[in-house]
Design a protein around this ligand. Structure first.
Ligand SMILES: Nc1nc2c(ncn2[C@@H]2O[C@H](COP(=O)(O)OP(=O)(O)OP(=O)(O)O)[C@@H](O)[C@H]2O)c(=O)[nH]1
Length: 610
């Protein structure tokens, strides 16, 4: 019965959504004009670098990224003019500016303006940062202790989450092997040839860079090289590295006994039958009896902690609305404004006010009651998208391509994810597809080292698609279960960069027609409404099929995840609530809803409503 009711509500609201989708932006814009929004004024904390050797080639240590000129000996790559195949030269410039832009940009600001700033920030020392070589690392991650909590949280979801926990013994013979033949010639080159849109000389250049690792791939000793590299791993003074350092701070002591982690308790999925009282104009029985979550400990505690800013701001504003006021048109309108301002989205805001108003007109409303209804409505939006990341290990490697606007946390998320997968017993290989920034490559290598994941990288400025292609081959040869490919950050309105991303996807498909199997987009919660358009465009270009929302800690804009879920309905696999390796949490609808609404764990909405 409860289910039926929920369905009813869903269909009802979905209709609504359609109509109001458009008005949403307007409404938000107006509301914002009316009331100043909260900005995320928190600087990304610089964590102290861990034990990693601080020796870094001076060139790399330059704090700011420089656009690195094309490495082509003779022919300077054509700037913007290039279509998709000339990614190398241009992108650099944008990256730098973008990062800054993001940092200051008003969440909802159209990204357009930021682009203008893209000026070659400085000259890049075309330092061949590293030779393309997989970083060998054997030590399993030890600093992360969250596995015990993390695994259970995931296991709660029905579907097989991490098939990774049990590595398939037999490795289905590489189906795409045959195609690998042409491996020698850079996929980039192929692309070029196919499209004919690449300057003749550019291709060869890439080919060199790429072929390098390939040859190595042929001979297993690549590892050795990497070893050395990793040993020399230098830390740039670059900001990116610092965060990595934070991990070091992470309790390295407790080595997660990953294996024994027993499949935890079942998540009380079934909504508690709403014990609706046949009283008066029965306030629309809050169907989804908001199922409280367990006691705030472990990951849930971290989640609450991370969302505290969003929660406290929302709670404060709600109590302000209902302070000594009864529920009427005015208070409802005020509440709606508050909810919209918190980035929950118009659809969800209306869901909440509709439910709240039903049968409660003229009554005193407590903040607590509003919070529980809010949590209940948010759950309805989030549950359909709170899905586990499913790795199809029949594809060995299962390729995860990580995309997103610069600074949204791609590399950090990759590191965190690699750590989890490693703990789960999977062999992971990383690919430094952000070939534009030396610091990005270094950053990934650090993650690779600490998670025991080999890293495939290439020279600075190399063709990213070529690198991805080569990385797949190396992962294949190494028998890796998962290959996670990092990519350069890019604004969604930069056509040529988006085209490059498209190319990476295409090239990967040459190895395994179904690759990339997972295209994960990272979204920075602090960017608010802008994240909505980011998803749309990356989805179209790269086929994004899963999301990770980062930086939910320290922002009051966590509600944007609800708006994105309502609009795009893409699976949300994880959320980032900090810079540490343990700060990646599986996304759980109920936990998130109760945390964001400020509903104390253990409280059942239905129960309290009586
Ligand atoms: N507070 C917080 N910071 C995060 C989180 N995830 C990433 N960061 C920080 O955000 C900054 C950017 O993270 P990166 O992983 O370098 O982002 P990116 O998308 O790879 O950046 P580009 O390579 O420039 O595109 C770093 O300082 C990270 O430590 C998170 O969940 N919470």
């Amino acid at each position: 019965m409860a289910l039926g009711f929920i369905k009813k509500v869903f269909s009802f609201s979905s209709k609504k959504t359609e109509d109001k989708d458009e008005d949403d932006k307007k409404a938000v814009a107006e509301n914002r004009a009316a009331s100043p929004r909260v900005k995320w004024d928190e600087e990304p904390q610089k964590a102290d670098l861990p034990e990693l050797p601080p020796e870094i080639p001076p060139a790399v240590s330059a704090p700011v990224e420089q656009p690195q000129p094309e490495q082509e000996p003779e022919k300077p790559v054509e700037p913007e003019a290039e279509t998709e195949e000339t990614p190398d030269a241009e992108p650099e410039i944008e990256l730098e500016i973008d990062i800054e832009a993001l940092a200051e940009t008003e969440p909802e600001e159209p990204v357009a303006e930021q682009d203008d700033k893209e000026q070659p920030v400085a000259e890049e020392e075309p330092q061949p940062v590293e030779e393309a070589a997989p970083v060998a690392a054997e030590k399993p991650v030890e600093e992360d202790t969250s596995w015990e909590e993390w695994k259970p949280a995931i296991a709660r979801r029905q579907p097989p989450i991490f098939p990774g926990l049990k590595k398939p013994e037999e490795t289905p013979e590489a189906p795409a092997e045959a195609e690998e033949e042409p491996a020698t010639e850079t996929p980039a080159a192929e692309e070029e040839a196919a499209t004919g849109d690449k300057p003749a000389d550019a291709a060869p250049a890439e080919a060199d860079q790429i072929s390098e690792p390939e040859t190595q791939a042929a001979s297993p000793e690549t590892e050795a090289d990497v070893e050395t590299e990793s040993g020399t791993e230098a830390e740039t003074g670059a900001p990116d590295d610092e965060k990595v350092g934070s991990e070091a701070a992470a309790p390295a002591a407790e080595a997660a006994p990953a294996e024994d982690a027993t499949p935890p308790e079942e998540a009380p999925k079934e909504a508690v039958p709403a014990v609706s009282e046949p009283e008066e104009p029965e306030p629309k029985p809050v169907e989804t009896a908001f199922e409280p979550v367990a006691e705030p400990s472990g990951f849930f505690a971290r989640l609450r902690q991370g969302l505290s800013r969003t929660t406290s701001q929302l709670t404060e504003q709600i109590s302000g609305v209902f302070n000594k006021r009864k529920l009427d048109e005015d208070t409802l309108q005020d509440l709606e404004d508050v909810l919209i301002q918190s980035d929950l989205g118009l659809e969800t805001a209306l869901r909440i006010t509709d439910t709240l108003s039903s049968g409660r007109y003229g009554r005193d409303i407590s903040t607590d009651e509003v919070q529980r209804i809010m949590a209940s409505e948010i759950v309805k939006v989030l549950e359909p998208v709170a899905k586990p990341l499913e790795l199809d290990l029949a594809h060995k490697p299962h390729v995860v391509l990580v995309v997103g606007v610069n600074g949204t946390g791609k590399t950090t998320t990759i590191g965190k994810l690699a750590a989890k997968l490693r703990e789960g017993g999977l062999d992971v290989m990383l690919a430094a597809g952000d070939t534009f920034r030396a610091a990005a490559i270094e950053q990934l290598k650090i993650w690779g080292e600490r998670t025991g994941s080999p890293v495939v990288s290439s020279k600075l400025g190399a063709d990213a698609a070529g690198l991805a292609f080569d990385a797949w081959k190396q992962a294949k040869e190494a028998g890796s279960d998962v290959l996670i490919i990092d990519t350069a950050g890019r604004l969604q309105n930069k056509a040529e960069l988006m085209a490059e991303l498209e190319k990476i996807v295409r090239v990967l498909g040459k190895n395994d027609p179904e690759a990339p199997h997972t295209v994960l987009q990272t979204l920075d919660a602090t960017t608010g409404q802008n994240a909505l358009s980011q998803v749309e465009i990356f989805q179209n270009v790269a086929g994004v099929n899963g999301l990770v929302m980062t930086k939910l800690d320290g922002t009051a804009r966590g509600g944007i995840l609800v708006a994105i879920s309502a609009k795009h309905k893409l699976p949300v696999y994880f959320i980032g609530v900090g810079e540490g390796v343990e700060d990646l949490e599986p996304f759980e609808a109920r936990e998130f809803a109760s945390a964001i609404a400020g509903v104390p764990a253990g409280k059942s909405e239905t129960r309290d409503l009586e």
